[in-house]
Design a protein around this ligand. Structure first.
Ligand code: ITT
Length: 181
């Protein structure tokens, strides 16, 4: 089976390739307008329908975000904008003086397979570090310490991150649905 991964993010693409060894991954940087919505799933469903109406089929995409408890879930669905603007340094500044540092990454995977929609969710609990560390991964990885670890996502190998990450969990949930069709 060939599956097009729709993303502009090379880091995500690498994680998809590692987590779905049974399918032939083709990168497609087709664009969809990311609507401003309250949930990742609404964004994913809107993208799927936009791409379906352009004639695409047999593709998979992911919308993710970092939700910080002490910031009422911010940046959440605004994660991409926050990373582009204030970045990790800015987010650490927002957390300055806060001892409550619990946060979670969430991923919503959406796919259109033989014209049928599959949706799968994954989460990873952790906390916001006090400083950036590590050079692996991408995005918020240098400031996120998953529960049970002393190091950030950016200090884990791609395989170690995939074992516990929001995207790894969402892709395992996706694979279960995909294989039971
Ligand atoms: P797409 O083209 O796939 O949409 P994107 O980078 O815009 O790529 P998202 O909107 O899903 O992806 O992600 C929102 C932001 O959260 C974005 O800036 C990512 O870099 C960041 N992010 C998503 N997953 C992450 C992960 O596993 N580790 C660190 N940061 C992540």
């Amino acid at each position: 089976m060939k599956l097009q991964v729709i993303t502009s993010n090379q880091g995500k693409l690498r994680e998809f390739q590692a987590a779905l060894p049974q399918v032939e991954i083709i990168h497609n940087d087709a664009d969809c307008d990311e609507i401003q919505a309250d949930t990742l799933e609404e964004v994913v469903l809107s993208c799927i329908e936009q791409l379906r109406s352009k004639g695409l089929n047999n593709f998979i995409l992911d919308d993710s975000g970092l939700f910080v408890d002490g910031l009422q879930g911010f940046p959440g669905v605004y994660s991409s904008y926050v990373l582009r603007t204030i970045g990790n340094a800015g987010l650490l500044q927002l957390m300055d003086g806060r001892t409550e540092r619990q946060a979670r990454f969430k991923s919503c995977i959406g796919a259109l397979i033989d014209s049928e929609v599959i949706i799968a969710h994954g989460e990873c609990q952790g906390k916001i570090a006090f400083a950036e560390s590590g050079t692996e991964g991408f995005g918020f990885d240098p400031i996120f310490i998953p529960d049970g670890y002393e190091v950030s996502f950016a200090e884990l190998s791609l395989a170690e991150k995939n074992k516990i990450s929001h995207r790894g969990n969402a892709l395992r949930a996706f694979s279960a649905q995909f294989n039971s069709r």
